[in-house]
Write a protein that binds this ligand. Structure first.
Ligand code: FMN
Length: 185
């Protein structure tokens, strides 16, 4: 037990991974493991992060893409709209409580990243930061957004996700770089 905790506390070593070589259990990654979506500019300290469980990774316009959805009331939304890049980070189970906190508190109300005990660091190629503690860091360049239109809810049950009509803004980000531990390739 003690040795497991010691190894959990070590920072992961991330190597470049080609998008075509990325190995993930995609629905498990989003729905069960969760990710941090971080947008803004590390150099100027203007950035925010939040936990996400909805989104996808795939191909659009012949390029490797990430797609995420952000409700209007999130503080992160302003950074997604005002800045050109964002990142997605995945973590070991040891960091679950940090993801819970970052998905419950708003960056509008204080430094929740420090409270969560995570360390923002410069990404490899984009301005938005990644986290030193992440096992997987996907760096994206925002290329398209669109607000969800309830007229398109073919399955009417989807509307139950929006009792306040706070429809998500959908963002597509072209994958510019991936850095991950060996488990992801
Ligand atoms: C497991 C989990 C998944 C979440 N997924 C999303 C999501 O995909 N999109 C979204 O807009 N909010 C999502 N949230 C809510 C935000 O993470 C939460 O409102 C957060 O406090 C927003 O922080 P911010 O105001 O600093 O941006 C999720 C929360 C949790 C706990």
């Amino acid at each position: 037990m003690h040795s497991a905790k010691t190894s959990d506390n070590k920072l992961p070593v991330r190597q470049p991974v080609e998008p075509a070589a990325l190995l993930v259990k995609i629905h498990d990654l989003f729905a069960n493991q969760w990710l941090l979506l971080t947008a803004g500019d590390f150099a100027t300290g203007q950035f925010n992060t939040m936990t996400i469980a909805w989104g996808s990774i795939g191909t659009m316009w012949n390029k490797p893409f990430v797609q995420v959805v952000v409700r209007p009331q999130r503080h992160t939304r302003k950074f997604m709209d005002d800045f050109d890049t964002f990142t997605l980070c995945a973590f070991r189970p040891a960091h679950r409580s940090a993801l819970q906190l970052l998905g419950a508190k708003s960056g509008r109300d204080g430094n929740k990243i420090a409270a969560a005990g995570l360390t923002p660091v410069a990404a490899a190629v984009v301005a938005a930061p990644v986290f030193a503690e992440a096992d997987l860091a996907i760096e994206c360049r925002k290329s398209y957004w669109q607000d969800m239109n309830p007229a398109g809810f073919v399955n009417a049950a989807i509307a139950a996700n929006y009792p306040g009509q706070d429809y998500h803004r959908i963002y597509f980000g072209e994958i510019a770089a991936i850095r991950a531990t060996s488990a992801y390739q």
